[in-house]
Design a protein around this ligand. Structure first.
Ligand SMILES: NC(=O)c1ccc[n+]([C@@H]2O[C@H](COP(=O)([O-])OP(=O)(O)OC[C@H]3O[C@@H](n4cnc5c(N)ncnc54)[C@H](OP(=O)(O)O)[C@@H]3O)[C@@H](O)[C@H]2O)c1
Length: 241
């Protein structure tokens, strides 16, 4: 699809992969809206990129998703790309019993319910556009689950499955459905998991590499986008060490 002159909403667009996606798509000649919970992080992007549009929103809450949709529809009638990028990752020790699941933040709401709900909110509007897309950011861990973040892996596997179904449902519409499957990427999420140990010697790639691969993938109508070394990681995970 055309990667210029689009109007793009990126959830979680103030940091990491989302921020790189915002910068890459703005540089390529697109109008970009980013949302996230921390206003100061959104403002940091606005300072550097005055043309970006920002909106505080917690996508794990249905009321806020609905209000994000209404605000976007009312202010950006040309919106034609939704990038479901916002995500969290929580290490969970399932041996600790049900308390292990009682965190204030829910990976299921943020990583899975939010992209499903936002897709469903936006689909009618996107279908009115001549060319449109939904882009879901999953993870290599959707295919190779790890013990440390079991719920995260499950949400990403479910997001992959949902993305495939959605692609089939929208096949005969103007809305293309893409999935970006990043490997480990140097972002705040990654630092939290590695407790800052990841640095030199880590094979984590830069967020800009994910953003460039996404731009190229959209341009080539490559519906599953595998940045960096993630394909090898998935292949090795499936065949064992
Ligand atoms: N880094 C990796 O190794 C890696 C690998 C594979 C896939 N991914 C995926 O890539 C995506 C981006 O993550 P990242 O690595 O770039 O980490 P990040 O820098 O922590 O970015 C996540 C973004 O999501 C936003 N966010 C989190 N919860 C939210 C909520 N409830 N409502 C609105 N925004 C929310 C955060 O902003 P606020 O906290 O201000 O809301 C933040 O800007 C995630 O879906 C992640 O699962 C990352």
């Amino acid at each position: 699809m055309n990667t210029k002159d689009n109007t793009i909403l990126i959830t979680g667009g103030a940091t990491g992969i989302g921020r790189s996606l915002a910068e890459t798509f703005m540089s390529a000649g697109n109008e970009v809206i980013i949302c996230g919970r921390r206003e100061n992080r959104l403002n940091e992007v606005k300072t550097q990129w005055p043309q970006v549009h920002i909106r505080v929103c917690d996508v794990s809450k249905e009321k806020e998703r609905e209000s994000l949709y209404n605000w976007t529809r009312d202010n950006f009638k040309d919106i034609n790309i939704l990038i479901n990028n916002a995500g969290i990752q929580i290490p969970i020790d399932l041996r600790k019993g049900v308390e292990a699941l009682l965190d204030d933040e829910s990976e299921i709401e943020t990583n899975l319910v939010a992209p499903i709900s936002l897709s469903v909110h936006f689909i009618p509007l996107l279908m009115e556009q001549e060319a449109a897309a939904i882009v879901n950011v999953s993870s290599g861990l959707a295919f190779v689950p790890t013990p440390f973040v079991p719920i995260y892996c499950a949400t990403k596997a479910a997001l992959h499955s949902f993305t495939v179904s959605l692609r089939y449902q929208l096949e005969k519409t103007s809305v293309k459905v893409f999935e970006v499957v990043p490997p480990a990427v140097v972002t705040e999420l990654h630092w939290r998991r590695t407790e800052g140990r990841s640095g030199r010697g880590s094979n984590a790639i830069q967020p800009s590499e994910v953003a460039e691969a996404t731009l190229k993938g959209l341009a080539n109508d490559e519906y599953e986008i595998y940045p960096g070394w993630v394909k090898d990681f998935i292949e090795r995970g499936r065949t064992g060490p």
